[in-house]
Design a binder for this molecule. Structure first.
Ligand SMILES: [Zn+2]
Length: 299
C-alpha cells in the first residue's frame, strides 16, 4: 500500500502539471470510488473548477479547487495516478481532463479500494482530517517529547502506535519497520514504556526512513508506480523490511520476521532487543533466615 513517501512522490510529479489548470472534465467510470456520494454530485462540484493546489495530508492526496472545494483521494492498496500515459492504462476508474485535454490524469486501481471524497469549505476539510489523522511526520510537530506524550499509558506495541494514523499520519508497515530499526527499538515494546531517549530515536528514525523513501521515489513491492508509471527504488534500500534471514546491516546478525500489530514485521533482535515479559516480584519470605524465599517445610 502506498505510504507517505509514495503519495508524496506522485504529488510532486503531478503538481506542476495540474496546478493552475481547470478540470474540464471529470469522468468517474466506477461509482464505487466515491460512495456514498453520487458520482454526478462529485462531477458537479469538481468540473469547471481551477486547481489551486495539489496537496497531501498523511496518505491522502488533496485536490484544492477554487471556491474551497476539496477532493480527497486515498489510493489504498493498489491505486496509482498516471499523468498523460502513452497507452490506455488498465483498471482505470477515474479520469481528470485538464484545460480541455492539455493534460490527463488517470486513476487506475486494480483492486478498487481507492476512494474519492469531497469536503466543501475549509472547516469541512479540517473536520475531516481532525477526525482521522494525527501529526504530519515531516512537519515541525514530530519530536520524541510529542510522541512520548501521545503514548503515555499505552500498552499496545510501539509498532501499532506508529501505524495508527490518528497519532502519526502517513506511516505504514514498511516505514514503521525501517524507523524502529533505525531507532534500535523492538516493534513489540509497549509504547507507554519507551524512555525519552528511545522516543527521540523513534522520531529521528521515522523522519530518516520517510526522507530516504522520498529520495528514492518511494518503494515498489507489488503495484506502486509513480505518475510516469515508473516503479520506486526504495525497496532496494530497505534495511530490514522484507529481509528475513539476511544479515543486519549494522551488526551482521540475522534479520527475523514475526507478527506485530497484526502485520508481518522485520527486525534485528540484537540491535532491537526484544522486551522481556515483566515478572511479578516474588513476595519476600515471612520466615527470616531463608534466602530462597520458599516457605519452610513443616517438621
Ligand atoms: Zn543488528
Amino acid at each position: 500500500m502506498p505510504e507517505l513517501p509514495e503519495v508524496e512522490t506522485i504529488r510532486r510529479r503531478l503538481a506542476p502539471a495540474v496546478e493552475g489548470r481547470h478540470v474540464t472534465e471529470l469522468r468517474i467510470d466506477d461509482p464505487r470510488w466515491c460512495l456514498p456520494l453520487d458520482p454526478a454530485a462529485v462531477v458537479d462540484a469538481v468540473a469547471g473548477r481551477r486547481v489551486e493546489r495539489l496537496g497531501r495530508r498523511g496518505k491522502y492526496l488533496v485536490w484544492e479547487l477554487e471556491d474551497d472545494v476539496f477532493l480527497l483521494m486515498h489510493l489504498r492498496m493498489t491505486g496509482t495516478l498516471l499523468l498523460d500515459p502513452a497507452d490506455e492504462p488498465p483498471y482505470e476508474r477515474v479520469r481528470f481532463v485538464l484545460d480541455a485535454g492539455r493534460h490527463e490524469v488517470r486513476f487506475c486501481d486494480p483492486r478498487r479500494f481507492g476512494t474519492g471524497e469531497l469536503a466543501l469549505g475549509r472547516p469541512a476539510l479540517d473536520a475531516f482530517f481532525d477526525a482521522r489523522l494525527g501529526m504530519e511526520p515531516l512537519g515541525d510537530g514530530l519530536s520524541g517529547a510529542a510522541l512520548r506524550r501521545l503514548a503515555r499509558g499505552r500498552t499496545a506495541p510501539v509498532k501499532a502506535f506508529l501505524l495508527d494514523q490518528r497519532r502519526i499520519a502517513g506511516v505504514g508497515n514498511i516505514y514503521a519497520d525501517e524507523a524502529l530499526f533505525r531507532a534500535g527499538v523492538h516493534p513489540l515494546r509497549p509504547a507507554g514504556r519507551l524512555t525519552g531517549a528511545q522516543w527521540d530515536a523513534v522520531a529521528e528514525g521515522v523522519r530518516g526512513a520517510l526522507t530516504a523513501g522520498l529520495a528514492a521515489g518511494g518503494a515498489t513491492i507489488d503495484d506502486f508506480r509513480d505518475a510516469d508509471g515508473a516503479p520506486g527504488a526504495f525497496q532496494d534500500e530497505f534495511l530490514v523490511h522484507r529481509r528475513e534471514g539476511e544479515p543486519c546491516p549494522v551488526c551482521g546478525g540475522r534479520i527475523v520476521k514475526f507478527v506485530a500489530a497484526g502485520r508481518g514485521t522485520y527486525a534485528c533482535e540484537r540491535c532491537q532487543p526484544r522486551p522481556r515479559p515483566r515478572l511479578r516480584r516474588r513476595l519476600p519470605s515471612a520466615r527470616a533466615g531463608d534466602p530462597s524465599g520458599r516457605p519452610g517445610r513443616a517438621p
